[in-house]
Ligand binder design. Structure first.
Ligand code: DGJ
Length: 586
């Protein structure tokens, strides 16, 4: 029987943190054979579907698209043409349980069937108690009943239409609906595994305040920090993200106390409201935020709630599950200007402790600091999945970087059914048409070809992924025992402005690379006269995993034998062999 992996990591300290989170504690059912699950390979975590590692080359539909089979009918073929292998689609509480206890799974059944017809996998997004911090997807019978399902209250006494995460009654109602969904899903999909991953809620957190001030929240905030959370700081402080550990240390590293005793009263920060208010009120309403204590408090309570929902669902059908984060955006630095309590980097440790049923925490990654955020979300063994991002001009660069350097398990630009995603050109008669390095579809096509190889190398020291530009023009690393210097391509003094790719050592003195705008120079590890030369460079394609050779590259294409090159005007897959020689022998 396979055991799902969760927060395992390479560092001993992190392993210690992870070790107390087990399937037994979550009550989760271990996956039956073939059921999608996460598995460790070296330093990577991979999604495994039908016993094989699977890289999600995905796209997330606009929020309302999956509510109509007819709307979706012409979309599927476009998604196939863009080389997507997975679609992330919303499934809402309001449509699944329009009346309490009466479930309707027709839309879900159709979605699964249509995805199967098009050989596309699905990720389901459980839009339920929260979507972007609000509760618009809760059914009307929940919205109407403010007594049974209490709301958040802001510091000015206002009660927005947002469910408080401190209500167990609401969590249980949500969990009941979610477990019915997962039970039904198991009944229709346990054999086919069309659905490979499930998101629980969407971008949770309080907006317009740094915390909930409802009576339930006030009582909890005045009480002690729960022992489990305290234990995280006391027992596992070396494994914590520095930004969280420092908050605790700076306040005297206390081992017990109320939230403000342990994490400090916070620095009040004034900010002007940006959400939900009409002009000119927006400009005039100011709030005081208490950071970071409020965010840690909210993170704990949202994570407990989401865990309750996820745990109930996993008891019925144990698919990989995650929560996604609305990140701090430029100009919105304080919790409340982005949802306070969501799984943002400074509180992901709190989420891990509170939500062991989740397999990973995922960034909705629209900000320009792409690599920095990948780094943060790949910390402590968290499998990196990007459920939302922009599919714009940087999509290819970001995809190759995250897959090759951060062991990404899936990439999914938002709004994939919008016509802004261009359709790829009609298939060419040649098996080796030059593929432009632009557009999501071209990048997915090339990534799909190398995916089996990439998945075999992720987590090992035989792969590198990178993005180069004028600020990061080159780097050196070791692959298969050979030092390689990878830099922006440069031929006859004409330097590429940008480049990206993945390079793998696939056998002794044999390499495969894919990407654009870079060159590789081989350097021997050993000091002395031994040198490494480029033996052969071939372009090619993979068809059903088989390498089909195209042109033999030499002359300008290898800078007269000096470098293994990837032109900046194309996105290519190339194989290179090297040889060793002694240049001192006359
Ligand atoms: C992030 C949300 O998670 C999505 O559902 C959608 O609202 C996008 N933002 C819009 O950019």
């Amino acid at each position: 029987m396979k055991t799902p992996i969760r927060w395992t990591a390479t560092l001993a300290a992190v392993i210690a943190l992870a070790s107390f989170i087990s399937a037994a504690e979550t009550g989760a059912v271990a996956p039956i054979d073939g059921t999608p699950h996460l598995r460790r390979q070296g330093s990577a975590s991979q999604l495994v579907v039908d016993g094989k590692p699977f890289l999600i080359l995905g796209g997330e539909l606009l929020n309302s698209s999956s509510s109509s089979r007819e709307y979706m009918a012409p979309i599927w073929d476009r998604l196939v043409a863009q080389h997507l292998n997975t679609v992330l689609a919303g499934v809402s509480w309001e449509l699944i349980e329009p009346e309490e206890g009466k479930f309707d799974f027709q839309l879900l059944d159709n979605l699964v069937q249509d995805a199967r017809t098009h050989k596309i996998k699905l990720g389901l997004l459980w839009f339920a108690s929260w979507k972007n911090g609000t509760s618009s997807y809760a059914p009307v019978w929940v919205k109407r009943d403010t007594k049974r399902f209490p709301r958040v209250r802001l510091q000015n006494g206002e009660g927005p239409e947002v469910l408080t995460p401190l209500s167990l009654a609401t969590a249980d109602a949500d969990a009941k609906a979610f477990s019915a969904l997962m039970k039904h899903l198991r009944a229709i999909d346990a054999r086919d595994h069309t659905v490979v991953i499930v998101q629980v809620e969407n971008e949770v957190g309080v907006l317009n305040d740094s915390r909930d001030h409802s009576p339930l929240a006030e009582a909890a905030f005045a009480g002690p920090v729960p022992a489990e959370l305290m234990n995280l700081f006391v027992q596992h402080k070396e494994a914590l993200a520095p930004e969280l550990g420092q908050v605790w240390e700076a306040n005297g590293a206390k081992t017990a106390g109320t939230w403000t005793e342990v994490f400090g009263p916070g620095k009040p920060a004034e900010f002007v409201l940006t959400w939900d208010l009409p002009e000119p009120q927006r400009q005039t309403e100011w709030r005081k935020l208490h950071w970071p204590v409020d965010e840690i408090f909210m993170a704990w309570h949202y994570a407990r709630y989401v865990n309750r929902v996820a745990e109930a669902g996993k008891r019925e059908y144990n698919l990989p599950m995650y929560a996604n984060a609305w990140l701090q955006q430029p100009g919105c630095a304080f919790p409340g200007t982005y949802p306070s309590g969501g799984p943002v980097p400074q509180v992901t440790d709190v989420w891990r402790e509170a939500a062991p049923s989740l397999d990973l925490l995922a960034p909705d990654l629209y900000v320009p600091e792409f690599a920095e955020l990948c780094e943060k979300y790949a910390r402590a063994g968290n499998p990196l999945f990007i459920p939302e991002t922009s599919g714009g001009p940087d999509a290819g660069r970001n995809l190759f970087l995250a897959v090759g350097a951060y062991n990404l398990i899936g990439f999914s630009p938002f709004g994939i059914d919008r016509p802004v995603f261009p359709q790829p050109a009609a298939p060419s008669a040649s098996p080796f048409p030059p593929t432009p390095a632009t557009g999501l579809a071209n990048n997915y096509e090339v990534m799909a070809q190398i995916a089996p190889l990439v998945l075999a190398h992720q987590g090992k020291d035989s792969i590198t992924g990178f993005a180069l530009d004028k600020d990061h023009p080159s780097f050196t690393t070791t692959l298969g025992g050979i030092t390689v210097e990878i830099s922006l391509d440069d031929l006859f003094g004409r330097k590429a402005e940008k480049g990206y790719g993945i390079v793998m050592a696939v056998g002794p003195d044999e390499f495969v690379g894919a990407g654009t705008g870079f060159r590789v120079i081989f350097r021997s590890l050993a000091a002395g006269s031994g040198r490494i030369g480029i033996g052969t460079v071939d372009e090619g394609v993979y068809r059903d995993g088989q390498w089909i050779k195209g042109r033999r590259f030499n002359g300008d294409e290898t800078d007269q034998g000096r470098a293994w090159r990837f032109n900046s005007w194309a996105l290519a897959i190339e194989r290179c062999t090297v040889y060793h020689f002694d240049c001192t022998v006359p």
